[in-house]
Design a protein around this ligand. Structure first.
Ligand code: PEP
Ligand code: MN
Length: 264
């Protein structure tokens, strides 16, 4: 289901009436790693809505390395995301970590994100077949391209054809960047499958000074979109502070993509 059957067919995944991933527009999803407060999301959404940023991100169920780290706002965070969406007309994307979280998240969000750590949670993937919302599937920390594609196959085989693949960097020996952004995978996935492919330069880089150039490189490689972390006060972010862009840098990045997207 995932692999291309004929040469030029590409799937377009609709997030809202106006926003679709996989068409001629490079879609940019921006927002904080974690939803922290209504004020934070209001600042983010009001600034990003003025730029050509199409959708909002923000985690409310967070897969934190430490069980003592902040685990997310839960349903209160979902309400904050839904409020930002209704005020600014931007669809929202947020992570689902378990089958139990699927229905509440689907009730508020426009797209369900499956994080790297759950890429091969096969029971969750099967359940997503019936989620009734598009899925943003992130590549596993050390997943091969074949494993990634087969994870998408699970979701589609169980009834949900609205899947977007996200390359977010893979583990390697060098920790200077948090992960290694596999741009070859972006090109290969677009040749191999008909699904839209987006890139997360934030989790790949782990350092904000690397994010914009990786984002531009991703667009030059034909990525259908980007998901980028940004924050009104980047250094104060409760998670992933080191990779968060300021809202101003986020807007500037998006403007710099236009000539590249036009040339691809
Ligand atoms: C995230 O998007 O905040 C996240 C946790 O990403 P990943 O699953 O790629 O680490
Ligand atoms: Mn993050």
């Amino acid at each position: 289901l995932v692999k291309k059957s004929h040469a030029n067919h590409r799937t377009v995944v609709q997030l809202s009436e106006q926003v679709a991933i996989g068409g001629s527009t490079v879609i940019v999803i921006g927002g904080p790693c974690t939803v922290e407060s209504a004020e934070q999301m209001e600042q983010v959404a009001s600034q990003l809505a003025t730029a050509p940023i199409h959708a909002l991100r923000g985690g409310v169920y967070k897969p934190r390395t430490s069980p003592y780290a902040f685990q997310g706002m839960g349903v209160e965070g979902l309400r904050i995301l839904a409020e930002a969406r209704s005020r600014y007309g931007m669809p929202v994307v947020t992570e689902v970590m378990s089958i139990a979280q699927m229905a509440p998240v689907a009730a508020y969000a426009d797209m369900l994100q499956i994080g790297s750590r759950n890429m091969q949670n096969f029971e969750l993937l099967k359940a997503l077949g019936q989620a009734g919302k598009p899925v943003l599937l992130k590549r596993g920390l050390s997943a091969t391209i074949e494993e990634f594609v087969m994870a998408a196959e699970y979701i589609m085989a169980h009834g949900n054809p609205h899947v977007v693949l996200c390359e977010r960097g893979i583990r390697s020996f060098d920790t200077y960047t948090r992960n290694v952004l596999d741009l070859g995978a972006v090109i290969a996935l677009r040749q191999l499958t008909h699904l839209p492919v987006i890139v997360d330069p934030s989790h790949a880089a782990g350092k904000r000074e690397l994010v914009a150039d990786l984002a531009r490189a991703a667009v030059a490689c034909g990525a259908d979109g980007l998901i980028v972390e940004c924050h009104p006060e980047p250094d104060q972010s409760v998670s992933d502070a080191r990779q968060a862009l300021s809202l101003e840098a986020m807007v500037a990045l998006v403007h710099s993509l236009e000539p590249i997207a036009r040339a691809v």
